[in-house]
Design a binder for this molecule. Structure first.
Ligand SMILES: Cc1cc2nc3c(=O)[nH]c(=O)nc-3n(C[C@H](O)[C@H](O)[C@H](O)COP(=O)(O)OP(=O)(O)OC[C@H]3O[C@@H](n4cnc5c(N)ncnc54)[C@H](O)[C@@H]3O)c2cc1C
Ligand code: SF4
Ligand code: SF4
Ligand code: SF4
Length: 396
């Protein structure tokens, strides 16, 4: 998070959501990134170059504070679908059902949009960067990454965006919030696809997984990975080692450890305040493991619904609110919302302060324990992951 305090620009890592837009909007190139051991970035401000114009502060998504009071009111009335790509291989190889990639590719092919800002794969850590796609460079499915859970500064490449009539923005809620601050002047109409997200993680989470899987992330960060793909919920692959995703979720990897610090001050996983038209997520709890996969789709606007129905190649099964409720994570998001003020170090009810405090204590303790100890039998980690979640106990 960036603020101007007493005529000085101040960076606060503890609230940074690692979107990368601050550097991209700076007219003086006064912001650079310094990589940290945990794979995240510190932000360096060149005070000699900075003219305190405030553009970075205005774009920083972590600065935006919302009133969540009626956040969940509209959920029972929203439309929901399970969706997947018709093609068996694409569906199987995608994060969930491949809806996100299909939307990007089909919307461009069918002239439903004339530009898309999303990610492309790269061969250097973090193995993805922002890309602007048009009819001239429509990606193939294998060029767009599956869900990357270590942090990716998706907004650093906004200079690639050209003026267009109708653009599709794809990203997590914080990335959409950041992109919204720069996009209006460039495009007449915007359609936003939000990748539902409760946290991104530091690379230490991948290091932990690598340890469990008897492999390692080398110092030069030259490694291969895929967190998702190969059916539902898929297989985690690091270098040549493999771990079924449902097993990774049963060890502390699936808990809120190694979280990007700014995710503690974000309670809008659906991107509603970022004006998302649709949100895409996993069908946790409502689908058991299978060889394929489905994306759970929440519709927020008619524009989103029209786009979804217009795209060829996506099979849609309409679902009732009650059928998808267990997968929507609404309680979890509520817990994030009510503890946000405590993480922002502002006033809130003592119970929320207490929940945030114990959340941090428990996370730090668990993280240090599993990082410090050598690899132990998987049962040990499963027992650790089963310890009562103190935040959830306090905020029943
Ligand atoms: C960091 C992160 C956390 C998530 N947490 C949850 C969760 O807690 N619960 C849940 O139900 N679902 C979560 N998801 C969403 C889920 O993993 C799938 O992305 C979603 O179901 C869409 O699946 P799909 O098959 O349609 O996507 P695909 O068709 O496989 O397309 C994946 C899309 O995600 C984009 N992408 C990948 N990684 C990132 C990233 N780090 N930042 C921005 N864009 C990215 C790609 O560019 C691509 O457009 C998370 C996703 C991410 C990236
Ligand atoms: S205040 Fe303006 S000049 Fe200074 S770092 Fe931010 S964007 Fe750049
Ligand atoms: S949240 Fe984004 S804009 Fe704000 S400081 Fe971090 S990287 Fe920069
Ligand atoms: S939880 Fe919020 S801040 Fe963190 S990555 Fe997701 S959308 Fe961004």
């Amino acid at each position: 998070m960036l603020e101007i305090q007493e005529k000085e620009l101040v960076f606060n890592f503890d609230k940074c959501q690692q979107c990368g837009i601050c550097s991209a909007v700076c007219p003086k190139k006064a912001i650079t990134f310094l990589s940290r051991k945990d794979g995240l970035y510190d932000i360096l401000i060149n005070k000699e170059l900075c003219i305190l114009c405030g553009k970075c502060v205005k774009s920083c998504p972590a600065n935006k504070i919302y009133n969540y009071q009626n956040y969940f009111k509209a959920f029972p009335q929203k439309e929901y679908y399970l969706g997947y790509n018709k093609n068996y291989e694409i569906r199987r190889n995608s994060s969930s059902g491949g809806v996100c990639k299909t939307l990007i590719i089909e919307a461009l092919k069918q002239d439903l949009v004339d530009g898309v800002y999303s990610l492309k794969k790269t061969d250097k850590y973090p193995f993805a960067e922002g890309e602007f796609y048009t009819k001239e460079n429509i990606p193939t499915f294998d060029k767009i990454p599956n869900s990357i859970y270590h942090s990716v500064m998706a907004c650093t490449e906004i200079h690639k965006i050209k003026n267009c009539r109708r653009i599709m923005l794809v990203g997590t809620a914080c990335q959409l919030r950041a992109l919204n601050t720069v996009i209006n002047k460039k495009c007449q109409e915007i359609i936003r696809v939000c990748i539902f997200c409760k946290q991104q993680k530091s690379l230490d989470s991948t290091r932990f997984l690598a340890k469990i899987m008897n492999t390692r992330i080398p110092e030069n960060l030259n490694f291969t990975f895929s967190y998702r793909g190969n059916g539902w919920p898929g297989i985690v692959k690091i270098n040549h080692a493999e771990l079924p995703y449902h097993r990774a979720a049963q060890i502390p990897f699936g808990k809120r450890l190694w979280t990007v610090p700014g995710c503690n001050v974000c309670g809008d996983s659906y991107g509603i305040f970022a004006e998302a038209d649709i949100s895409l997520m996993d069908p946790w709890e409502i689908r058991s493991s299978n060889d394929l996969g489905e994306t759970l789709i929440t519709i927020h606007s008619n524009k989103g619904k029209e786009l979804l129905h217009a795209c060829h190649g996506i099979v849609l099964e309409s679902k009732q609110y009650n059928e998808v409720l267990p997968a929507l994570s609404l309680k979890d998001i509520w817990r994030k919302q009510v503890t946000e003020a405590a993480f922002r170090e502002t006033e809130c009810k003592p119970i929320y302060q207490k929940a945030a405090l114990w959340e941090m204590k428990q996370r730090t303790y668990l993280q240090k324990t599993v990082e410090f100890l050598p690899k132990l039998p998987i049962l040990f980690y499963r027992v650790l992951a089963k310890l009562p979640d103190l935040r959830n106990k306090i905020l029943k």
